[in-house]
Design a protein around this ligand. Structure first.
Ligand code: GLV
Ligand code: MN
Ligand code: MN
Ligand code: MN
Length: 431
């Protein structure tokens, strides 16, 4: 049985404090590759710090003994060959890019933790049958070009995305292709289209991640076994008015693009609450006014809206309401709704039963407490689920903090996650 195949390794899964300290050191070292002062971490796609971090990860992959390759956009793959030729690999991984002023664990735990899981398996004398592969995905965060899960989205196949990227530019008006080139990825739109993977390219995909919510810590549990990932959507909106002098233009004569954006931001909150479900969430994280002077009526406003739900139809209903309200606001305020663009409107993903079973088996073998849960944050796993059986392992994080500098996960909790990941990979690689 699988039990006897795997039980040999459980003793060597106990990790000495020396190894824990070195794991913590590597996480700290990566966090210094940042464009904001510690403890905040900012690491944006194809920036100098992102490039250094990529080199850092490739170095560790080589140290661990994996054969390293990169694809057109810089997804990085480290492979450990299996004993049986020709079988699809079992893959694991996450991201190391970080939104502005975030923490050092989001994504990082799933990349460095995956590499440590490989170390654990090597130390235990394990020999995989299927290859094991660690993937560092490019730009899980949407910061630079507005597109989340860029690397995994391309692997899952999206012609619409290739067309979007042809026109994409960052806030400094640098095109996606120029930014990639500056980081050493000289690619064409054709290269992007060729990235798509056939279903069955991987036997399974498993991602280790901090929970980014408070439940595991509150309930004193070690491991969350993710059964589904909520459906994310993002929208860009622009209003345009006449602007003008803040003193000279009288109130009846204004069409203030800034107030239109403010009204829409409040409407997002209202429409989300109208869903009646605690699972519906909406955020306006970007609100920019032009020209941005205290004594000038905003002539342009730009807002970006993030709406999510575990129920896709309910989420789509909120998007429709927000769209209708944006049109009403533009009519009532006599401003132009110059853009209402749905950037992405992704369905939710379900974890695969056999991957869930392997994660549960591993958690129990290691005598760790667990619960089943949904992921409210999105992950590269959302897209890997389209081409592979998928599962996610969550570990507790301090007060559920994430996407802010106070984000924290203890090295003991990380180590538990690494062990569950290692055993899960081992089990799946023998199936
Ligand atoms: C991932 O960073 C998310 O916003 O869920
Ligand atoms: Mn994140
Ligand atoms: Mn993440
Ligand atoms: Mn815009």
């Amino acid at each position: 049985s699988h039990h006897s195949i795997l039980s040999f390794s459980l003793n060597s899964f106990s990790v000495e404090s020396e190894k824990l300290q070195s794991q913590a050191r590597v996480i700290d070292e990566l966090s210094t590759l940042s464009d904001s002062p510690a403890p905040a971490v900012t690491r944006i796609l194809y920036s100098e710090k992102d490039n250094l971090a990529r080199r850092f990860i490739k170095g560790i992959m080589e140290q661990v003994g994996l054969s390293v390759r990169e694809d057109a956009v810089g997804n990085i793959y480290g492979r450990w060959d299996g004993s049986e030729k020709g079988l699809p690999a079992v893959a694991t991984g996450s991201h190391i890019d970080a939104i502005p002023f975030s923490g050092k664990y989001d994504g990082v735990v799933g990349v460095l933790g995956a590499l440590e899981a490989i170390n654990v398996l090597r130390r235990s004398g394990f020999q995989p049958k299927r290859p094991l592969e660690v993937i560092m995905f490019t730009s899980e965060e949407p910061t630079r070009f507005g597109i989340s899960c860029l690397g995994s989205r391309l692997l899952a196949g999206s012609e619409a995305l290739v067309n979007t990227l042809k026109l994409a530019a960052d806030a400094q008006n640098i095109s996606f292709f120029d930014a990639a080139k500056s980081a050493g990825y000289n690619l064409s739109p054709d290269d992007l289209s060729k990235m798509v993977l056939a279903e069955g390219s991987y036997a399974a995909f498993v991602e280790l991640h901090i929970e980014q919510g408070p439940l595991l810590e509150e309930e004193g549990l070690s491991i969350g076994i993710v059964t589904a990932i909520a459906a994310p959507a993002s929208i860009k909106v622009e209003f345009e008015g006449n602007g003008g002098h803040a003193g000279a233009v009288l109130m009846p004569n204004r069409n203030d693009a800034g107030l239109a954006a403010a009204e829409l931001a409040l409407a997002v909150e209202r429409h989300v609450l109208e869903s009646g479900s605690i699972d519906t969430v909406g955020t306006v994280g970007i609100l920019e006014l032009h020209p941005g002077a205290i004594n000038s009526i905003p002539s342009k406003s730009h807002i970006e809206i993030d709406i999510r739900d575990i129920d896709e139809n309910r989420r789509n209903g909120v998007i429709e309401k927000v769209h209708k309200t944006a049109i009403n606001i533009s009519q009532n305020r006599q401003v132009k709704l110059s853009e209402f663009k749905i950037i992405n409107q992704d369905p939710p993903a379900l974890s695969d039963k056999s991957v869930i079973d392997s994660m549960k088996f591993s958690t129990e073998q290691l005598n760790l407490s667990h619960k089943f849960m949904i992921s409210r944050a999105y992950h590269d796993s959302l897209f890997m689920a389209r081409i592979s059986p998928m599962g996610m392992i969550f570990i507790p994080c301090y007060k559920g903090y994430s996407h802010k500098p106070e984000e924290y996960a203890s090295i003991e909790d990380i180590s538990n996650g690494v062990k569950v990941l290692a055993l899960t990979l081992a089990k799946l690689s023998l199936e």
